[in-house]
Design a protein around this ligand. Structure first.
Ligand code: SAM
Length: 269
């Protein structure tokens, strides 16, 4: 999969993609990231990318010409000819639809995604109209530029590409993971040892068995896999109810899950 990033700060990404899973995916050729300096698409001596807003008001706005020309230089299909499958052009924007794990899963099916990083007060709206398929926001806050959001989108998406994580289950069996056809067992309980199906992950522990007076939960050292599975699922449900109750509405929940949640809710003071 290839990402093309259009930015006025290409050097911003130097360290970001030089570590861990992203670096490995780049080295293995599973991922390609191309950086494009927006200033290379300006025509004046000062390499101007911004201008004052029509209608007055604060700050500066990224001009449309360099951005549109930058995207056109990438040799991707014109907006009207994109089929919503192979190629996608994304504008990073606080006004965009929220980027979620589901969006990452969708982007991971594309061959090529162009990410446009805004700056200043934002981007001339005609860029969005003329060349972008969608606006994405990484959360309900305002950043000073689209670069951090772009890094988030590249990271979350590339780890879902086949072969990037050693174990394919790692990305299915984690927070926000989608249930697959094997998710529930015959008894209507989750099959795996994970906290997925749309809810948050369960808590993890490693050695030492006791740390600063806190022991690892006994069940995890007991070797009873059914008990471990049940314990992990219950902790994941507990955590989701506490931190992200909204996720429970769209998650795959078994009869056991629902009964456990009901018990938790009743026990709540
Ligand atoms: N005036 C804009 C508004 O109120 O929505 C904010 C512009 S912001 C200072 C500059 C750039 O940062 C945006 O054009 C966008 O590319 C990026 N940005 C800011 N917040 C973002 C977010 N939550 N998600 C993605 N990109 C964001």
């Amino acid at each position: 999969m290839r990402f093309d990033i259009i930015t006025i700060f290409p050097e911003f990404f130097t360290g970001i993609f030089a570590h861990g899973v992203v670096k490995r995916a780049l080295t293995n050729g599973l991922l390609q990231v191309e950086l494009h300096d927006l200033r290379n698409f300006t025509r004046d001596r000062h390499r101007t990318v911004d201008d004052r807003p029509f209608g007055g008001g604060e700050g500066m706005v990224l001009k449309p010409e360099p951005l549109v020309e930058a995207v056109e230089s990438l040799n991707i299909a014109a907006k009207a000819e994109r089929d919503g499958q192979g190629e996608s052009v994304v504008l990073l924007s606080a006004q965009g639809a929220r980027f979620t794990q589901a969006t990452a899963r969708e982007l991971a099916t594309r061959d090529r995604v162009v990410l446009i990083c805004g700056r200043y007060e934002g981007v001339d709206e005609r860029v969005n109209e003329l060349i972008c398929d969608r606006e994405l926001s990484i959360g309900d806050y305002v950043l000073s530029g689209g670069e951090l959001g772009t890094a988030v989108i590249v990271d979350a998406t590339m780890r879902l590409l086949p072969g990037v994580l050693g174990n394919e289950d790692s990305s299915a069996f984690e927070s926000f993971g989608q249930p697959d056809e094997h998710f529930l067992n015959e008894a209507g309980g989750p099959r795996s040892t994970h906290g997925s199906g749309g809810i948050l992950d369960y808590p993890h522990y490693t050695r030492p068995a006791e740390f600063r007076g806190l022991p690892v939960p006994e069940v995890l050292a007991g070797g009873d896999h059914a008990a471990i599975r049940r314990w992990r699922r219950e902790r994941a449900l507990e955590k989701t109810l506490k931190n992200r109750p909204d996720l429970l509405e769209s998650s795959a929940l078994s009869r056991e899950d629902r009964a456990f949640l009901e018990k938790l809710r009743r026990a709540k003071p």
